[in-house]
Design a protein around this ligand. Sequence first.
Ligand code: C5P
Length: 252
Amino acid sequence: MQKTAKDYIVFPLDFSSVKEAEDYVRILDGKVGVFKIGLELFIDQGPFVVERIRKLSRAGIFLDLKLHDISATVQRAMERVAALGVDLITVHCSSSRNMLEKAVLGAKGKTRVLGVTLLTDNDADAVEAQGFKTEFVKDLRLLILQRAKMAHEAGCAGVVCSGKEVKEVKEKFGKAFLAVTPGIRPSWSVPENDDQKRITTPGQAIAMGSDLIVIGRPLRDADNPAKAALKVIQEIEDALAARFEYCNKCKN
Ligand code: C5P
């Protein structure tokens, strides 16, 4: 099936109650491509929440558990994830390549594994405090690309990275290697005291080559979330058209 603009949107179900999560699934069904279940909802509801969301929508399901443990434990956890039949799962790239390989092995080709390169609320100070060399502290991009390389070599389907690194990730690891971008802020919705540091608009992220954009609060907190989603879809369509036009010009 051809990927349309809405399929680029991942809506995180960052809610503490399943009722709220289900309400938003009903509101945004058909207007986003993927629903993301994070730690809050998963810890509260358990694996059954996956089935509940699946009953309400045909959108993809992304289980954002950001796993990080010894390789054998991650592999076994991944086998359980694969049994749930979710489309995407996250693991941290801050452990070993072996852990990433075991994650991919455990997922058995049923669930696509995404490596989390560097959380977008980690800045240079946080990286320095973790003991990284000055080279990485001065240029977080280098750390992100090194981790993306490890994820690529380990067989991950792609990485989660900010919109600022997407272009380089695509150039280095190829078109098929997924770049999933959080920290999306449309120009019409920048929350006060935002915790996201390396932000991009939907249009910028798509123009850089993002395969999926994670957009939560700008939709959730909008007066009319369905209408806000349609606005994002329009912005994605425009960016895709410009990307297409640019590619055609390159060919000529
Ligand atoms: O758009 P908003 O900031 O509300 O999106 C928050 C969501 O993005 C959360 O579900 C969070 O887990 C996710 N996120 C992510 N990776 C990051 C930063 C945020 O998956 N590096």
